[in-house]
Ligand binder design. Structure first.
Ligand code: NAD
Length: 377
């Protein structure tokens, strides 16, 4: 069983899909591991550290992929970077297939069995493999750090001989994994924190972190399937907008994290709402990669609109790459552990396992995931 770890080629992607720790464990499972030269450099992992843990270093993608049964990546590679891959090799990573039908078709054509880590079911057994949670948790933390670094005032209340400084007011929209970590981080920095979500269950979690939960009366609960939110109706959206408009003008820092699986991010903060905020306020839009929760967000950019800074980084977890890689690599290792026969020390995939069924996107040259089959025809 041979495992290849590719260097990331996406602009700004500093994470890596394996660490010396996980390489040693993969070798323990019976694998030979080849890591592409420089793959760890964005996460401060030198090739020598990978070699010391037992990996071979591949000079380029083609050499690294040669003979691989499993290819590990953070982001979906371009088909050209998979040239020479074994037909049927597993490609495991955050493959981001929604809205990328052409690239999905190219993966099928490349002959790989692509497994989408974002599709890991949110069941107890798979928690340890949940890249969405591990990366969202870090993104929520990092969002507050980014906000604090451009906020030109203090976050906590300060009682000094020169007088009292009021604490910053932070508002978190979307209280899932990222939002809850943002709330906890902003609280730790001393801000007065409020939060909103469309799932009623989020209220208790927000309050358990010491933040105030705000939700409109008109919106009872918009929980969808699998613990996720459903899209709001037009009336519900209007009620939510009214609630947000009244609240946001009094906030110093706003962190938006609202997502609906497989849909563009809901627009929650209009231009008028941004213009109602005081100059010096900061917004971090964690949903920027999916189009943003804020009307004015420019994905990948930091902009200043009438003195309000809007941060639209699309890869916040990647801005703390060492920790992000450490957790991401462990998520992948845990999944691979389920695909291996430990006695025989070889790949033994149970195609009926719900983890496999949920994540397989392409197989035998075709797009097979039910959510994408129609688009592929
Ligand atoms: P997500 O990233 O899909 O969305 C982020 C948050 O945005 C969610 O809380 C969602 O309700 C909220 N949202 C959507 N539309 C909104 C709107 N219009 N206004 C305000 N908020 C809006 O979600 P997530 O962080 O992945 O977590 C979703 C759920 O899954 C949570 O209940 C979480 O506890 C649960 N979860 C379960 C497991 C597990 O069981 N293994 C693992 C991780 C998360």
């Amino acid at each position: 069983m041979k495992i290849a770890v590719l260097r990331e080629r996406t602009e700004g992607e500093s994470r890596v899909a394996a660490t010396p720790e996980t390489v040693a464990k993969l070798i323990g499972l019976g694998a030979g591991v080849t890591v592409e030269k420089g793959a760890g450099s964005g996460s401060r992992i030198a090739d020598e550290q990978f070699s010391a843990s037992g990996a071979t270093i591949g000079a380029d993608a083609r050499t690294t992929l040669a003979g691989a049964d499993i290819v590990l990546v953070v982001r979906r590679p371009a088909a050209a970077d998979l040239a020479g891959v074994n037909p049927g090799a597993l490609l495991i990573g955050a493959l981001d297939p929604y809205g990328n039908d052409g690239d999905v078709a190219a993966l099928a054509k490349a002959g790989v069995t692509a497994m989408v880590m974002e599709f890991m079911p949110r069941i107890t057994r798979a928690q340890v493999m949940d890249i969405l949670s591990s990366q969202a948790n870090l993104a929520g933390y990092q969002a507050v750090i980014e906000a604090a670094s451009v906020f030109d005032r203090a976050m906590p209340m300060m009682m000094t001989a020169a007088g009292t400084v009021r604490p910053a007011k932070a508002f978190v929209m979307g209280a899932g994994v990222a939002g809850l970590q943002a709330i906890a981080t902003a609280k730790r920095l001393g801000a007065v924190v409020s939060a909103t979500d469309v799932r009623a269950a989020a209220g208790e979690q927000v309050e358990s972190l010491g933040a105030k939960f705000i939700m409109t009366e008109a919106l009872k609960d918009a929980s969808g399937t699998g613990g996720y939110a459903r899209e709001l109706t037009k009336d519900e959206q209007a009620a939510q907008a009214e609630l947000v408009a009244g609240h946001i003008s009094k906030q110093d820092i706003v962190i938006t994290t609202a997502l609906i699986p497989g849909r563009p991010a809901p627009k929650l903060v209009t231009r008028a709402m941004v213009e109602s905020m005081a100059p010096g306020s900061v917004i971090v839009d964690l949903a920027a990669e999916r189009g943003g929760n804020v009307e004015l967000t420019q994905p990948g950019k930091v902009i200043d609109h009438n003195g309000v800074v809007i941060i639209g980084y699309t890869n916040l977890a990647g801005r703390i790459p060492t920790t992000a890689s450490q957790l991401y690599a462990r998520n992948l290792l845990s999944f691979i552990d389920t695909l291996v026969d430990k006695k025989e020390k070889k790949l033994a995939i149970n195609w009926d396992d719900e983890l496999v069924k949920a994540t397989v996107l392409t197989r035998d040259g075709a797009v097979v995931h039910p959510n994408f089959v129609a688009a592929a025809k």
